[in-house]
Ligand binder design. Structure first.
Ligand code: NAD
Length: 285
């Protein structure tokens, strides 16, 4: 018997978290305010299950069972009280996340989590009445393929909540690291540094994006280059994270003008079809 999960935001990360949680036997309410994004998430989830069946990873029956465990909702008000886990995966903005977390806390979840990439858990906990149940659960993209789960322990997080997060990771087939609550945690602080510097190198015309990526893959054994990774994450998401880290650590995380310009032009990476690369039907052209 699975737990009851609520995932808020059905974008890149929310749908991935819902997919993995359903695959582990949990019932998931996937909450999305934008009907078009909700519809797109339902289609994408269907494709993911079909692909898993096509590759022989799960049976048609298992895919059907997983599918039936995910329910799309337009608002948290449609979700039943006292879920086991709530994970918010809305855009990386403090005010938005705080308001979503406060609404989610009204459901009285046993564990309340943010998938933030960079914002401190202490900052997000402001306004919560039960900070002991709150922590960061930082999943990686694509959620079904990446085994790392960063468990971010805030100053108010109870040890029982951290233990519950580690147990939850095992059930999802994830490998957790427990990190202290400093902006950017153990991953984004390093990963975004590399991504931002690669963007500055494109602006400086050091080399073509594909060659900068190739250099890091062949020279440093990175499985994917920093610019392609920026396309996969979403340039808008990276920009929000850079702004958060710049506020915490100063100029070294200031977003490069090229990143700001590309986001303003709607070049968001894979999800919009154009970033440092061109993408057609989700595949690099
Ligand atoms: P996204 O823009 O793809 O998705 C966010 C979704 O949240 C959108 O569909 C939006 O309509 C929805 N939303 C906004 N307000 C809402 C509300 N009040 N209620 C319900 N839904 C709402 O963003 P994403 O890439 O999935 O990122 C989400 C979070 O995950 C961010 O905090 C980001 O930093 C973090 N994250 C992203 C990645 C990545 O690779 N993209 C990796 C790890 C963590």
């Amino acid at each position: 018997m699975g737990d009851r999960w609520v995932v808020v935001g059905a974008g890149t990360m929310g749908l991935g978290i819902a997919y993995v949680a359903a695959g582990a036997g949990h019932d998931v309410d996937l909450v999305e305010v934008d009907p078009a994004r909700g519809e797109a998430a339902a289609v994408r989830l269907g494709e993911l299950w079909d692909r898993a069946v096509g590759r022989g990873r799960i049976t048609v029956e298992q895919a059907g069972a997983n599918r039936s465990r995910v329910t799309l909702r337009g608002s948290l008000t449609e979700v039943g009280a006292s879920p086991d886990v709530v994970v918010e995966a809305v855009p990386e903005r403090v005010d938005l996340k705080r308001s979503v977390l406060r609404d989610a806390e009204n459901l009285n979840p046993a564990l309340l989590a943010s998938n933030t990439s960079s914002i401190s858990i202490a900052q997000l906990a402001e306004g919560l009445t039960r900070p002991e149940r709150f922590l960061g659960l930082h999943f990686f993209n694509p959620v079904w393929a990446m085994t790392l789960l960063e468990v971010v322990v805030g100053p108010g997080t109870a040890p029982e909540s951290t233990d519950a997060a580690i147990a939850l990771a095992a059930r999802l087939g994830k490998d957790p690291v427990v990190v202290r609550d400093l902006p950017g945690f153990a991953t984004s602080r390093l990963g975004v540094t590399l991504g931002l510097e690669a963007i500055r190198m494109v602006a400086d015309k050091v080399a073509e994006p594909a060659d900068i990526d190739k250099a890091m893959m062949l020279g440093y054994r990175h499985p994917v280059g920093p610019l392609e990774l920026t396309d996969l994450v979403g340039l808008d998401v990276r920009l929000d994270i850079a702004r958060t880290l710049a506020a915490a650590y100063g100029e070294r995380f200031a977003p490069p003008p090229l990143l700001v310009e590309m986001v303003a032009a709607g070049h968001l990476g894979k999800k919009s079809g154009q970033g440092f690369y061109r993408w057609e039907n989700g595949v690099k052209a």
